[in-house]
Design a protein around this ligand. Structure first.
Ligand code: N01
Length: 898
């Protein structure tokens, strides 16, 4: 029943109004629309809000089904824009139920006197941009029209229910209800045979309560979902205490967090915990009843790595088996088709125990799909169920459905948004669309929206939009529109972000997969609320980057460009480093720089386990050198890769690229031997390369003793190590061996020329700076020696070298000399593959488990090593997303000759 506190007679009276000229029209009177109205009004913009519903509430107006409640703790799922409002309202539960949330929104509407500018029961049917007037004209289902300068869709992400797509629904003579359009009157389930179709969050919340009333409940499940217990009750005292101790700090932390809820990020990886420790963490989370906590605080790799995620899934499936008594039902309820969190998991109250009730039947539609619905029955491929009531909990045309429901939205030159989005939504920041001036969306596709605490995201969007409108007004601008460049850049950034998490691995409403015929792709921004906020702020501070502004009497303004060109995780790493205000490494002196580099190594995530790690000593031309050997867990012998670490010939040792060696050992199934070659200034040119060559020779000669496959070895190296690997191949060719089957050069130093574009474009700001490279060169090699091919292999003879794989990174001073080397190798007839890693920096590939977007690159490198060794391709590499970056790999030989 609607609460009297949310009834709105004044607003209803205005719903039959006629054409209206306003500054801003907002569609939707939920959390977003209400806050928009409040802010716009305070800023002096005339505003009208239109909503199809009979009152405020948005999603909470429509979703009145039994059990409907939020799944983010209500202390976090509240407005924070007004401290007085926070003081004036106290939630009764940890997860408030729908009636209480609706009362809250009614309370907010009353408190700020919002209803007088809201027209309820008014559905916007079409929107047209009038280029001459520079205004939008909105038409509605009750005949009224609105002319507005700015049109803001605050229509929500889950507001357009999806049709059930089952034959015969219209023939059903019993009662039908949709969770997303629940009637205002109570539905009497008592004594009735009820069917629920759908087991997403809505179904999972409603099923236990319907089961308590119905004579019999039959649940028709197509895909099981992970559900975690809510353990609802009073708000946990620890969260209250945290909030009360520093309310401002708590809210601020939420705003800059990944999900919009202030939990610290977990830093311990699953492989650093034993079974008992993992179980203990899981049990603690299970008992806590907090979705965000369980999805982020078990171990650091749970949301980004399929293996780390499977550990969580196994533990949840174990719980389901323990709760549900019938093993067949338990198995049917256990999801196996998606990683935990890749599809929205549910917070439940008594969901799994409900299946122990004698009046509840689970029908597994994977085994017996629904064939049809008739007057009083649902028929599957195996049997017929007589039912009195059908509850469709079949979900929504999410993210885009409510926006496209206004049709057409005709922008510049009459272009319709439905046509522009035919292959999937494209936006700038999830807030604007190129070709649609003065149109904004709140929590639109391409914003964090449904992957965040919606209220935090809504406040951020609203503040950003209204602040921009105020700034435009002050500057005399009247139109704002995203550029195609900015939008294309944002689309690329979204795709990059989607490689960091596992959302792309599940067919869900996040990807459009739940609606037949809908374009597929991860729609929400997966890069996190805090990073997104930072990006939006940066758009404004960089002169409205990517937005065209115009107005009468002022010159047009357009600072065109892409806001994020770095990979999302690279951006985070570089921002973190910038925040630390580290001194330039070259200013620390050799000892200081070595201490700093050791400190960096100590603070990074520990690498993953391999079969065995052995430290040993090899004998070079001048005496002993240390090495560290990484052996795969699979039975040997294994091919050997001789590896040279990075560090500008000055820093590092055989352990300093430990996580990288472990990772590559696991991926390639090969032994990696990391060589502790000698460093400058103690040992200047050509010691490092001579050590590298001698070590390669010794390792090849002792392959069998090391557990390796006798025969040719491979060499690999990063940065200065890449230089040593490249030179070693030239020396081995010229000095009669050892035989080398292939060379993997990662961001290698190949030449002493410093005027290639990448040296200037990336001179500062990307960790490896130009001045640091100068410093390394000066310490290692005198100017007179620099053209020697033993330090500038690009100047050597290249014919007859082993096949090469050369990886370069876009934001690296060494990029162009790496590319030049690959192209020169190709021109000299050496088979060569290149990986030009877009958006990456010098350390991307070696920052294992930090720069997740580099995983695909390492998978490609491992495949190349296996090709060099004549091994078949390993299975399972692609699962971690090897595909997108592979497109960047191209044979340089072909490029050089073409
Ligand atoms: O919708 P859903 P929802 N025949 O799409 C099934 C939020 N929310 O309304 O997976 C048979 O998740 C479909 O099966 P399948 C929350 O973000 C929050 O439950 O497509 N079955 C699925 O099982 C949530 O994720 C809360 O194979 C059909 C179900 O219907 C989002 O809203 C509460 C079918 C739909 O699940 C959507 O949740 C509620 C067919 N033809 C919702 N078509 C909170 O707690 C679909 N299905 C805050």
């Amino acid at each position: 029943m609607p609460s009297p506190t949310v009834a709105a007679p004044a607003a209803e009276a205005r719903s039959a109004g006629t054409a209206n000229m306003v500054d801003v029209a907002v569609v939707g009177a939920g959390f977003a629309g209400l806050y928009l109205l409040h802010r716009l009004r305070k800023a002096g913009f005339t505003t009208v809000v239109l909503d199809e519903a009979g009152d405020v509430g948005g999603t909470w107006y429509w979703n009145r089904y039994p059990g409907a409640r939020c799944d983010i703790q209500t202390v976090d799922y509240s407005y924070t824009f007004d401290p007085e409002l926070e003081k004036a309202w106290t939630w009764s539960e940890k997860y408030a139920a729908q009636p209480e949330i609706l009362r809250y929104l009614g309370f907010v509407a009353d408190r700020y006197d919002l209803r007088r500018d809201i027209r309820f029961r008014t559905k916007v049917t079409a929107a047209t941009w009038d280029q001459t007037a520079e205004r939008w004209l909105l038409t509605t289902d009750n005949g009224s029209t609105v002319s507005c300068r700015y049109y803001i869709m605050a229509t929500g992400c889950l507001s357009s229910p999806k049709p059930p797509e089952i034959d015969g629904v219209k023939d059903f003579k019993g009662e039908i209800c949709f969770t997303g359009r629940w009637p205002h009157e109570d539905i009497a389930f008592a004594g009735k045979r009820v069917a629920v179709i759908g087991t997403g969050s809505s179904g999972i919340q409603a099923i236990p309560l319907i089961a308590e009333q119905a004579a019999h409940l039959t649940v028709f499940q197509r895909t099981p979902n992970f559900a975690l217990p809510a353990h609802n009750g009073p708000t946990p005292p620890d969260r209250i205490a945290l909030l009360e101790s520093d309310r401002v700090g708590y809210r601020e932390q939420a705003r800059w967090s990944l999900s919009g809820v202030p939990w610290q990020r977990e830093t311990v990886f699953s492989w650093q915990l034993n079974d008992a420790e993992r179980r203990e963490r899981f049990e603690k989370a299970w008992a806590r009843g907090d979705l965000v906590y369980t999805l982020s605080r078990l171990w650091a790799d749970q949301a980004v790595d399929v293996d780390g995620n499977k550990l969580v899934a196994d533990l949840i499936r174990e719980k389901i088996r323990a709760i549900v008594k019938d093993p067949e039902t338990a198995e049917a309820l256990s999801p196996h088709d998606h990683p935990v969190g890749a599809k929205r998991p549910c917070l439940d109250t008594n969901y799994y125990t409900t299946y122990n009730r004698p009046n509840v039947t689970l029908v597994n539609l994977r085994q017996e799909p629904i064939k049809s619905i008739a007057a009083s029955a649902i028929t599957t491929s195996k049997r017929t169920f007589d039912v009195d009531v059908i509850v469709f909990a079949t979900g929504f045309d999410a993210m885009t459905g409510a926006i496209m429901a206004v049709h057409p939205i005709a922008g510049r030159d009459g272009k319709s948004l439905s046509d522009v989005w035919a292959n999937g939504p494209k936006t700038y920041l999830g807030l604007t669309v190129a070709g649609f001036p003065n149109l904004f969306m709140v929590t639109g596709p391409g914003s964090p929206s449904v992957l965040s605490n919606m209220v935090v995201s809504i406040e951020q969007h609203v503040d950003w939009i209204v602040d921009r409108l105020i700034a435009m007004r002050e500057a005399g601008f009247t139109t704002i529109e995203a550029t195609e460049t900015a939008q294309a850049g944002w689309t690329r950034h979204l795709a990059d972000c989607s490689m960091v998490t596992l959302h792309r691995l599940a067919n869900t409403w996040y990807t459009g997969a739940n609606v037949p015929g809908k374009a597929q792709g991860v729609m929400p921004y997966t890069g996190g609320v805090g990073p997104y906020r930072g990006i939006c702020n940066e758009v404004a501070s960089r002169g409205m980057l990517g937005l065209k502004l115009s107005g009468p009497g002022v010159p047009d303004q357009c600072n065109d460009g892409e806001i994020v060109r770095l990979q999302p995780d690279v951006r985070l790493v570089l921002n973190m480093m910038a925040d630390m205000k580290l001194p330039p490494i070259e200013s620390l002196g050799t000892h200081g720089a070595r201490a700093f580099s050791a400190q960096l190594s100590a603070s990074r995530p520990a690498g993953r386990p391999v079969g065995e790690v052995v430290d040993g000593t090899l004998f070079g031309s001048d005496g002993p050198l240390p090495y560290r050997l990484y052996r795969p867990a699979t039975p040997g012998p294994h091919p050997i890769v001789v590896y040279f670490h990075g560090g500008g010939w000055v820093l590092g040792d055989q352990q300093s690229d430990d996580p990288f060696c472990r990772d590559m050992c696991r991926r390639s199934g090969m032994i990696f031997v990391s060589v502790g070659y000698r460093h400058a200034p103690e040992h200047r040119f050509p010691t490092a390369v001579e050590d590298g060559y001698a070590a390669t020779r010794w390792i090849a000669e002792h392959a069998a003793e090391l557990g390796g496959t006798p025969g040719p070895v491979m060499v690999a190296g990063w940065s200065a190590g890449g230089n040593i690997a490249a030179v070693t191949c030239q020396l081995a060719r010229d000095r009669g061996g050892p035989p080398i089957a292939g060379q993997l050069l990662i961001c290698p130093v190949t030449d002493c020329i410093f005027d290639r574009p990448s040296y200037n474009e990336n001179a500062t700001g990307y960790f490896l700076t130009r001045s640091l490279m100068y410093w390394f060169w000066d310490i290692y090699c005198s100017p007179a020696d620099r053209t020697d091919p033993r330090v500038s292999p690009l100047r050597g003879k290249l014919a007859g070298l082993p096949p090469a794989f050369v990886a370069t990174c876009e934001f690296d001073p060494l990029r162009d000399e790496g590319i030049a080397y690959a192209e020169a190798l190709g021109a000299a007839g050496v088979p060569v593959e290149q990986l030009m890693a877009r958006g990456h920096f010098h350390a991307s590939f070696t920052m294992v488990d930090v720069v997740i977007t580099a995983v695909s690159g390492r998978a490609t490198m491992a495949e190349a090593l296996r090709r060099f060794a004549g091994l078949p391709q390993a299975r399972g590499q692609s699962e971690e997303g090897a595909r997108p970056d592979r497109k960047a790999a191209r044979p340089a030989a072909r490029a050089a000759s073409g």
